[in-house]
Design a binder for this molecule. Structure first.
Ligand SMILES: [Zn+2]
Length: 165
């Protein structure tokens, strides 16, 4: 049976519109403003639990200075967990040296470890990545990573702790 090229094109257009929509929705609800996370504390309590540097990154979406995290040079086998709630985020198996001065990974440890939103802090859209369990800001995801994903999860070291295997 012949496929109708026009209806196929329409379907692709619809598909394109569908893909664009989640980014718009995410923009209206910043991750840090949502209260639906499994781990949730008041701002006061987060301040008490986190170092000042970790609080600025995880709860206020700051970015640590490049080349300041000891985790840049962490090459042992193990797991990088959220400094806010100990959720397992990244495996050493997907860590690589991106040359940017921030710990970099080509994928999260599993599909439910992290969540994404879009931010416009630098005037253009960036894919923000946060801990799926506490909503803490981790860093951003870019499309210039290595195989097999082509993604670069550029993560603030202060937002994580390392657990050797
Ligand atoms: Zn967390």
């Amino acid at each position: 049976m012949m496929q109708d090229p026009i209806s196929r094109r329409k379907a692709l257009l619809w598909l394109g519109a569908g893909v664009a929509m989640p980014a718009i929705a995410a923009c209206g609800t910043p991750a840090s403003a949502q209260n639906a996370y499994r781990v949730s504390y008041s701002e006061e309590e987060w301040r008490r639990r986190l170092s000042p540097a970790a609080f600025r990154v995880l709860r206020e979406e700051a970015t640590e200075r490049a080349y300041t995290s000891p985790l840049n040079d962490e090459h042992r086998e193990g797991t990088f967990v959220c400094a806010g709630c100990a959720n397992e985020l990244y495996s050493s198996a997907t860590k690589y040296d991106s040359g940017t001065g921030w710990p970099s990974f080509y994928q999260a440890i599993d599909a439910t470890a992290v969540g994404y939103s879009t931010d416009y802090k630098l005037g253009y859209p960036r894919r923000e990545v946060h801990c799926a369990d506490c909503g803490g800001h981790l860093g951003h995801v870019f499309d210039d990573g290595p195989r097999p994903t082509g993604k670069r999860h550029c993560i603030n070291g202060v937002a994580m702790e390392f657990r050797p295997a």
